[in-house]
Ligand binder design. Structure first.
Ligand code: XIL
Length: 376
C-alpha cells in the first residue's frame, strides 16, 4: 500500500489535470471564433427601448457589407440605412435619369427581412451632382456673384429640388418610414446659422429648408421627416441648430425629428453634453434618432472604447422616451468610412469586440458580459 501511494497520487493528479484542461477548453476558449448568430442579438436586447439599425453599402469602395454581412445584419438589427445608395448622386446622376435599382435591392431586402428603412438623404451639399445647380447656360449658379443670381435661377433650382423629392419619396412611399430630408445645413461657425458653402443655401437662402420639408410632407404624409446633422449635440453648434429648427417649427414647417449623426470619439466623449442636448431637442417636440453612430478609437484602448459605448447606451436607454432609433454607421471596422479608427462593434473577422460586449448589458463590465456568454 505504502509502496503504491506515490503512483496513486500521480494518477489522481493526472486525472485532475485532464478534467481541468478539458473543462477549460469547452467552457472557456477565447480563441475559438464566435459565431455571429450565437451571441446575444442587439435588436432583442434593445427591443423595449429603440430600434437598432445599421448602414450598409452596395456601391462605392465597400460593397462587402450588403453582400457578405447579411448574417450580422439580420441577427442584430431591425433598421437599415443605405450608406451612399440613396444620396442624390446615386438616385439622380443626370437630370430626370433616376437610377433606383441599387437602392431598390436594399429596400426590397429590408422589406423581405422585416427591417425598417431610414432614407438618407434628400437634400445635402455633398454627393449631389452639379447639374442641380446649373443655369440654362450651363453655369454654376452658386458660383456667380450674388447679385447675378436671378429669380429664374432660383425657380429652376427650387423646381429641381421639389422634383427630386417628389420622385424619390413617391418611389419609396410605404417602404421608407423615415427620411433625412435635409442633411448638415447648419454652419460650424457662430457668425452664421446656415453653412455658407451649401449651394442650396447660396441659391435659395434659408427658404430651402422650408421648401424641402413642406414638399416632403406633401409627397408622403406618412413619412417621419428628420433634420440630420453632425455635432448638433455639441455646445458650439446647438444654439444655432435649435434657433433654426424652432423658427421653422413655429411657422408650422413639418419637421418631426432630429437625427444626431453620432460620429464620436472614445477619447474626450462628453456623454452629459449629449444627454442635455437630447433633452433640449425633445423640448421642441422632436423625436430623436441617432443616425450614424461610430465611436473612433484614436488615442484610446479597446477597453476605453467599450466604456464609451457602455456609457452612451446607458444614456440612450435613460432617454428612450424620446430616442426611438439608434443606427450604427457600418457593420465591421474594416469597411467603416473611419476604418483607421476602428469605430464599430465588430472586427474585420466579424468577431464582437469589447465594445459589443459592453452594450450587451450596460450595467456590467464588458468582460463579465463576454465571460457569461463564453461559459454558457
Ligand atoms: C459617408 C459614407 O460613409 C462614405 O462611404 C462616403 O464616401 C461619404 O459619406 N455624414 C453623412 C453620411 O451624413 O452620409 C456620410 O457618409 C458620413 C458623414
Amino acid at each position: 500500500m505504502n509502496r503504491n501511494f506515490p503512483q496513486f497520487r500521480r494518477a489522481v493528479a493526472l486525472i485532475m489535470l485532464v478534467v481541468l484542461a478539458t473543462g477549460c477548453t469547452s467552457l472557456y476558449d477565447r480563441n475559438k471564433p464566435i459565431v455571429a448568430l450565437d451571441v446575444p442579438s442587439l435588436r432583442d436586447i434593445y427591443a423595449d427601448y429603440f430600434d437598432v439599425g445599421v448602414a450598409v453599402s452596395l456601391a462605392g469602395w465597400s460593397p462587402q457589407t450588403f453582400a457578405n454581412h447579411q448574417d450580422l445584419i439580420e441577427w442584430h438589427f431591425n433598421s437599415l440605412t443605405a450608406e451612399n445608395e440613396m444620396k442624390p448622386d446615386a438616385l439622380q446622376p443626370r437630370e430626370g435619369a433616376f437610377s433606383f435599382s441599387t437602392a431598390d435591392k436594399m429596400v426590397d431586402y429590408a422589406v423581405d427581412n422585416n427591417l425598417k428603412v431610414r432614407g438618407h438623404t434628400l437634400v445635402w451639399h455633398n454627393q449631389t451632382p452639379a447639374w442641380f445647380f446649373r443655369d440654362e447656360a450651363g453655369d454654376l449658379i452658386h458660383e456667380k456673384p450674388k447679385e447675378a443670381i436671378t429669380e429664374a435661377d432660383r425657380e429652376l433650382v427650387k423646381r429641381r429640388l421639389e422634383e427630386h423629392i417628389e420622385q424619390v419619396m413617391t418611389h419609396y412611399a410605404g417602404k421608407v418610414y423615415a427620411w433625412d430630408v435635409v442633411n448638415e445645413a447648419v454652419s460650424d461657425h457662430y457668425t452664421t446659422t446656415h453653412r455658407p458653402d451649401s449651394p442650396w443655401y447660396i441659391i435659395l437662402g434659408e427658404d430651402f429648408m422650408r421648401i424641402a420639408f413642406t414638399k416632403a410632407h406633401e409627397v408622403d404624409p406618412e413619412a417621419k421627416l428628420f433634420y440630420n446633422d453632425y455635432n448638433p449635440e455639441m455646445y458650439y453648434k446647438r444654439g444655432r441648430t435649435i434657433d433654426m429648427l424652432k423658427s421653422l417649427l413655429d411657422e408650422g414647417v413639418p419637421i418631426h425629428g432630429i437625427g444626431i449623426q453620432g460620429h464620436w470619439s472614445a477619447n474626450g466623449l462628453n456623454v452629459r453634453e449629449i444627454e442635455e442636448s437630447i433633452r433640449m431637442y425633445a423640448e421642441l417636440g422632436l423625436e430623436i434618432h441617432i443616425t450614424e453612430l461610430d465611436v473612433g478609437r484614436k488615442g484610446a484602448t479597446e477597453a476605453q472604447q467599450a466604456e464609451a459605448y457602455r456609457q452612451l447606451f446607458r444614456m440612450f436607454k435613460r432617454n428612450s422616451d424620446v430616442i426611438t432609433s439608434v443606427t450604427f454607421w457600418g457593420t465591421t471596422d474594416d469597411v467603416s468610412w473611419r476604418r483607421d479608427e476602428n469605430p464599430l462593434l465588430f472586427d474585420a473577422k466579424k468577431q464582437p469586440k469589447p465594445a459589443f460586449w459592453a452594450i450587451v448589458d450596460t450595467e456590467k463590465p464588458w468582460q463579465q458580459n463576454r465571460d457569461e456568454y463564453l461559459r454558457r
